[in-house]
Design a protein. Structure first.
Lengths: 557, 291, 325
């Protein structure tokens, strides 16, 4: 296998151009894409949504819909040409020599067939000579290989009985079943939590080292690329803008777009020495205001059980039954406090309780001098409305049937309590401040981009003149290049109004960048907390350490 | 990209058919409105009917001085006139019942979603029960209990149809309540009435309103079926369905025109309402549009 | 756990339905005049006769007690005696049931495979002329009222061509103590048109469902993954696509079988097929209330029972429901 002559690449894509034949006009999707892939190599393809990276991956494995038409170029696999569109010629290559891993591990597996059977059928389809017994033995071996504990016991289990990380391991095992030369992995870890993501990437790296399989890794995440890719292909609008060895691209990008992508990645700093020396950080953590002895918000002893309704078949990991257990937090006046946790850690729930949107059977929230019983309806106790929120998905956080101006005016009238007719100056000033063209006022949300909608959501929250703002993953639904702008804008507009903010996120680097204090949530409890500098540099909490270690090292200084 | 593909492939397969059905539907409505002016005969007026000309084949010239274009029925009534007058009854019954059913269903659905708790349980129990049975069965039970008459059949159709609206509206209102724009509105401390009328209702109402034309189509078919079974409109004021039923016995003896032509008119009406209704739904419902 | 809650939900629904039907029936019987005169002759009866009959029927009791008595009767299947046939109403319905079951079963045996195959074909050739033809035809077939379809079948299949009889059940043969048409050639000959009238809308419905199911399943990641892992398209169709679309199709087959019991009312009265549907319409016209209530209640409860069966079957087919904690 490894005796292949070095000068013939395993895969060679030359001047590939594709277009999509829509009813109205044929739209070009890829232009003049060329690259090579060697044996045992991991090639990362990075780009934002619409860059054409997934289409390229599908073209190589021959899974494009018939509406896609190749206009120029060739795809050569092992010296032979393969077709881009879905035809029977590629099915010899498919599975046996090139296989694939998709992003959504839940949708990748047939829900009605046990994972063992799915693995077995793939083995039989790619090796006709094998007997059923041998296929089963090989399936068990593969399950063990990708790190599924007790494969004998799990063989007859159905996909929904596995956790997300384990399902993706099963998908990898299936992709390996035909002993392929190339695996095309399309966003293989984006649907997973950071710690699990780290393990899956490690598994892929090991597989490459042990079996000399080549991997084409399609992703939007620079962190993933930096973690395991040998070489990188940067794509934008269907063109390759830059390619080269990963370390070169990361350290000395030549193309402006690549530089922009890299600059947009938040970096985690782990600096052991005292942090006062750092310049430029004083702005993000105004140290004088950030006095933990005069908190503006506290939550004490908040506990909440999972609501029994809802038929989520997703297996609950860790503790079952409690969304929050005896949570205590303090938010410093005029500062930004981060709440970090993986999905299901309770970080959103505590935010909604502090805002008065949800109730909890036990606990107390204090804002300024007023204490609120959170077991009561927030509207009744007066807690509701003291805090404004910026929500994760701007697509559903604006009323689709109201214009932008109507939404903002409502905030000024009801949130800030101004008389009708007096809203205009406030609204115009805020739109100017947040970089929203005044003409957008007459539009409806669906006519705005994601970034614009999130600016409107920030404007709405600030126009209500709150003392505290809670931002719940405000950037995770946006493209990377937009994320940085929104975070910057949010930070500036909060600090210049001296508003306190709770920033809820799963992204450690972002939180470190913004927040002066951090709470780490896990399974509904506060696992670790303290000043940001302490947490990221000196915390000895093993969970905090594992979260920090799960970050790609190159983006950790 | 994916949205683009689905948009192209999911395009309605009927372009010219749709235009045609819009014209046909408009014609039906106009004919129904103008029936007393343009019909050669008033089939409800015994003085205008010549009993000895019963079962005349199409093209016969009658004593009234006009030609029976589509023939006469077993009582001597002109089929063309029967169709025009029957159309009036069919449309009156179905549009009235669909509109009232929509009003009741909307109110019930939003109430269930907004008030929750026992109101929700009570309304939705009834809705689930009704929707677990075929509509025609519910209509049969209702009409058997209520007895015959135009007002009774309208009532029976309302009973048979309100639940569909209620379930649709409640489902949409519930999912809208879970979206963060409602949370944002709550955070502004808007009055509850403003949240409901300014935010919740406008976003929940569209799917129910777009159901109305389709449900009118169902109501026409349902009314026709009940009338055909002799359970609907009174015999002296026949709807299209009842006119078809009157001719059924003659079909077996070869006098096909008595029920064939009213039946074709009926099928054309239902088909054009359905096609236009589907189109209205596609256009107005942002959910089906954005797919 | 999930199974039990599903079953309990359906069971409570069935009871609610019986309750509603009993109220309707109770009101119905009392709203058409004194039921005593259904038993005694209104012209010749002496006051003593009427008095005796009133006591015998329990009509001297307070209204709530009469209702309780009535509800007890409904639950035990005692709907009283037919005014016309002087037989127990429920027994009368049961005696007509085989004819209806036979008709509905034959219709579904035709509709299910034909509809599934047409839908699969259309779904796999999505967007082609074949697909558009199947889709258009099914939209049209579903908008034709059942009675009109039946009449056109009679006009085409019986009157104009003379190939099939226009009504009646034909000769029957005995099996399991019941008479069945499908066991004789003459009976099958009589069965054809009414069975088609019931089957055609269901073919259209199942085809549409199978079509959209096929398109949906084939656009899912796992079928793409199946192709990526090198499975043949035959295997994907039979081992992955078909099992996945069969879940909704089996559901709709179950529900539509119940629906056929309701539409049998129309089809049977047009084709003079002596089943419970024709019995219902005849009884309505003859004001035979006990039989009307017995028939409607039976059809409704049978429908809810079928729903329950479908739910259970759904749970068995889908491991996500079956194995949920």
């Amino acid at each position: 296998m490894t005796l292949e002559p070095a000068d013939i690449p395993l895969l060679e894509v030359k001047n590939l151009g594709l277009r999509y034949l829509s009813a109205s006009s044929p739209a070009p999707i890829l232009h003049d894409v060329s690259f090579e892939l060697g044996r045992g190599e991991i090639l990362g393809i990075i780009g934002e949504s619409g860059a054409g990276k997934s289409t390229l991956g599908n073209a190589i494995i021959g899974l494009l819909a018939p509406e896609f038409q190749r206009t120029t170029g060739t795809i050569q696999f092992d010296g032979k040409a393969v077709g881009a569109a879905d035809d029977s010629g590629s099915s010899n290559v498919r599975g046996r020599r090139i296989s694939a891993i998709f992003q959504d591990h839940t949708a990748s597996l047939d829900p009605l067939m046990s994972v063992g059977a799915q693995l077995e059928e793939t083995i039989l389809a790619t090796n006709e000579t094998l007997s059923r017994r041998d296929a089963r033995a090989r399936a068990l071996e593969l399950m063990a290989r990708v790190g599924i504990p007790e494969p004998d016991r799990r063989y007859r289990d159905y996909p929904h009985q596995f956790s997300g990380g384990q399902r993706q391991r099963v998908v990898i095992a299936i992709a390996l079943a035909g002993s392929p030369d190339i695996i095309i992995a399309d966003e293989p870890t984006s649907a997973l939590d950071a710690t699990v993501q780290k393990q899956i990437l490690g598994l892929l790296r090991n597989l490459v080292e042990e079996t000399h399989v080549s991997i084409i890794l399609v992703t939007h995440d620079m962190g993933v690329i930096s973690e395991i890719a040998d070489r990188v292909l940067v794509m934008r609008n269907g063109r390759v803008v830059e390619q080269g060895v990963t370390s070169t691209i990361l350290e000395a990008p030549r193309n402006a777009y690549t530089r922009g992508l890299l600059a947009a990645v938040p970096r985690l700093r782990i600096s052991k020495p005292v942090p006062e020396k750092k310049t430029g950080r004083a702005r993000t953590a105004p140290s004088s205001d950030c006095d933990h002895k005069s908190p503006t918000v506290t939550a004490e002893g908040v506990s909440k059980a999972f609501s029994p309704q809802g038929l989520h078949w997703r297996p609950h990991q860790g503790t079952i039954g409690f969304a929050l257990r005896d949570v205590n937090i303090q938010i410093a006046r005029g500062a930004i406090t981060g709440i970090v946790g993986e999905s299901g850690s309770g970080k959103t729930t505590i935010g909604r309780i502090v805002a008065g949107l949800d109730t909890a059977p036990a606990g107390k929230v204090t804002i300024g001098d007023n204490a609120f019983d959170v077991s009561q309806n927030g509207r009744r106790t007066g807690l509701l409305g003291r805090v404004q929120m910026i929500f994760q998905d701007p697509a559903v956080s604006l009323n689709p049937r109201m214009t932008i101006a109507e939404t903002l005016r409502e905030s000024i009238r009801f949130g800030a309590g101004l008389a009708p007719g007096e809203e205009r100056p406030d609204m115009m000033a805020m739109m100017d401040r947040l970089g929203l063209a005044r003409s957008l006022g007459d539009r409806h949300p669906h006519q705005l981009s994601g970034g614009q909608k999130q600016r409107v959501a920030i404007a709405r929250a600030l126009l209500a003149r709150p003392e505290i703002v809670i931002a719940d993953e405000p950037t995770s639904a946006l493209d990377v290049s937009v994320q940085a702008e929104i975070v910057q804008l949010l930070k500036e507009s909060i600090t210049e109004r001296n508003i306190s903010m709770i920033f809820i996120s799963h992204d450690l680097a972002l939180v470190q960048d913004l927040c002066s204090a951090v709470y780490i949530f896990r399974d509904g409890r506060v696992e670790d907390s303290g000043p940001s500098d302490f947490i990221f540099s000196q915390s000895r909490n093993p969970y905090t350490r594992s979260l920090i270690d799960a970050r790609p090292h190159r983006f950790t200084h | 990209m994916k949205a683009e593909i689905i948009r192209v492939l999911g395009k309605p397969p009927y372009g010219p058919t749709l235009t045609l059905s819009k014209i046909v539907l408009a014609a039906y409505v106009l004919l129904a409105l103008a029936a007393p002016a343009i019909a050669p005969q008033n089939p409800y007026d015994p003085l205008q009917i010549y009993g000895w000309e019963a079962s005349s084949p199409p093209g016969t010239t009658g004593s009234g001085g006009y030609i029976y274009l589509l023939g006469t029925d077993g009582l001597g009534r002109d089929i063309v006139s029967s169709i025009l007058y029957g159309l009036r009854i069919s449309l009156l019954v179905s549009i009235t019942s669909a509109a009232i059913a929509a009003l009741i269903g909307l109110t019930a659905g939003v109430s269930a979603a907004y008030f929750g708790k026992w109101v929700d349980v009570a309304i939705m129990r009834l809705v689930d029960l009704q929707l677990s049975l075929p509509t025609i069965l519910v209509a049969l039970i209702a009409i058997v209990t209520l007895g015959p008459g135009i007002d009774r059949i309208i009532l029976a159709l309302i009973i048979a149809q309100w639940a569909t609206y209620a379930r649709v509206v409640r489902g949409v209102a519930l999912s809208e309540t879970g979206k963060s724009y409602i949370d944002a509105a709550r955070l502004m401390r808007l009055p509850t009435s403003r949240i409901i009328f300014r935010h919740l209702l406008p976003n929940s109402i569209a799917p129910a309103v777009t159901l109305i034309p389709i449900e009118v189509g169902h109501a026409v078919a349902l009314e026709a079926t009940l009338s055909f079974l002799g359970l609907g409109v009174p015999i002296d004021k026949p709807s299209l369905g009842a006119t078809v039923a009157n001719g059924f016995q003659y079909l077996l003896t070869g006098q096909y025109w008595i029920s064939l032509f009213p039946g074709l008119a009926l099928v054309g009406l239902i088909a054009s309402i359905n096609l236009v209704g589907e189109d209205v739904r596609r256009r107005l419902d942002p959910r089906s549009r954005s797919i | 756990m999930a199974l039990i809650s599903v079953a309990m939900g359906r069971l409570s629904q069935a009871f609610l339905l019986l309750l509603v039907m009993s109220v309707i029936g109770f009101i119905g019987i009392h709203s058409v005049g004194n039921p005593v005169f259904n038993v005694v002759n209104i012209e010749t009866a002496t006051p003593e006769d009427i008095q005796r009959a009133t006591i015998a029927l329990g009509l001297d009791q307070p209204v709530w007690r009469q209702y309780l008595l009535f509800i007890g009767n409904v639950v035990t299947g005692n709907f009283g005696t037919s005014y016309i046939y002087h037989l127990p109403a429920f027994g009368l319905v049961m005696s007509k049931l085989p004819a209806t079951l036979e008709l509905a079963s034959i219709a579904m045996l035709v509709a299910a495979p034909v509809g599934t195959v047409l839908g699969l074909l259309a779904g796999r050739r999505n967007g082609t002329l074949l697909d558009r033809t199947i889709l258009k035809t099914s939209v049209f077939a579903l908008s034709i009222p059942s009675f009109w379809l039946s009449m056109m079948l009679i006009l085409l299949g019986a009157i104009l061509t003379g190939w099939f009889p226009s009504g009646g059940r034909g000769s029957t043969a005995s099996l399991l103590g019941q008479e069945w048409s499908f066991l004789t050639w003459n009976g099958l000959w009589h069965l054809t048109l009414p069975a088609l009238a019931l089957a055609i809308p269901n073919i259209a419905l199942i085809a549409r469902l199978a079509r959209s199911g096929t398109i949906e399943v084939e656009s899912l990641d796992f079928t793409r993954f199946c192709r990526a892992k090198g499975l043949s398209s035959r295997r994907i169709l039979f081992r992955h696509t078909l099992p996945n679309i069969s879940v909704p199709i089996v559901t709709v087959i179950g529900l539509q079988f119940g629906g056929m019991l309701a539409f049998a009312v129309v089809v049977e009265s047009i084709f003079a097929w002596p089943g419970i549907g024709k019995l219902l319409i005849d009884s309505i016209q003859l004001l035979d209330r006990p039989v009307v209530m017995a028939t409607l209640t039976f059809i409704s409860v049978a429908f809810v029972a079928l729903n329950a069966l479908v739910d259970l079957f759904y749970a068995v087919l889908d491991p996500r429901v079956r194995l949920s904690a």
